[in-house]
Design a protein. Structure first.
Ligand code: CA
Length: 233
């Protein structure tokens, strides 16, 4: 069960969405204009925000911008505009996904399920509050907050996805992750690429990491794991 803020000024649509989300067992908080959407997110700390683009007093884009100042809540934007420029603009201010109006309720619920599932995965993958934001394993040092990795004090240049992948593996030493899990967690459920992507990134990581890269082990027919440090002989 999740708490979901639904920000949509068309009351019939808002109520319809609410009813279906409640049927799925979620708790729904309704907002009918921009400022109350921002307020609801601040007060309720929801697991998901469903946000209409066209809202009175503050439009969805501005709501998105304000919410993103201090919240990483996933945002599903509803929009009647399907132009590419709008999608790009929305993604820039921090929306996570889109649904173009008109949409079917079934489509909305599927999207909500997928987004909540991803939140659940990230909860496993990301440090809980209070965890040290710096992971150290031998010569390897990962500063999660600063997105910096160094090896023997020498900074390593990693792409954002390489970084996320490495941080996830190192944070969970010894645990094997399937390719599907890694794709879904690091790239997101919306990623439509091939699972070779994970393999390619692991290859590049191993190369960049040198000897310690060998600890990213292939787990046959599953995926990968970061081997625990061996006790010094
Ligand atoms: Ca509207």
């Amino acid at each position: 069960m999740a708490t979901i803020v639904v920000a949509e000024d068309e009351r019939d649509l808002n109520n319809l969405v609410r009813r279906h989300l409640e049927d799925e067992g979620h708790r729904v908080v309704q907002a009918f204009d921009g400022p109350s959407a921002v307020l609801a997110v601040g007060q309720e700390r929801p697991d998901l925000l469903i946000l209409d683009w066209m809202l009175p007093r503050l439009d969805g884009l501005e709501v998105c911008r304000r919410v993103r100042r201090d919240s990483i809540v996933p945002i599903l934007m509803l929009t009647a505009r399907s132009e590419e420029v709008d999608r790009v603009l929305g993604l820039e201010v921090g929306a996570d996904d889109y649904l173009t109006k008109p949409f079917s309720i079934r489509e909305l619920l599927a999207r909500v399920r997928a987004m909540l599932r991803r939140v659940e995965l990230l909860r496993v993958a990301r440090p809980v509050e209070g965890d040290p934001p710096i992971l150290v394993d031998g010569p390897l040092r990962i500063d999660v907050g600063q997105h910096l990795v160094s090896l023997d004090g020498r900074p390593l240049e990693l792409t954002p996805k390489e970084f996320d992948l490495l941080a996830l593996l190192v944070r969970n030493p010894g645990r094997a992750f399937s390719r599907d899990y890694l794709v879904e967690t690091v790239w997101g459920y919306e990623y439509g690429g091939f699972d070779r992507t994970v393999d390619t990134h692991v290859l590049r990581l191993r190369k960049k990491l040198g000897p310690i890269g060998e600890r990213i082990e292939t787990v046959w027919s599953i995926g990968y794991r970061f081997a625990r440090a061996r006790d010094p002989a």
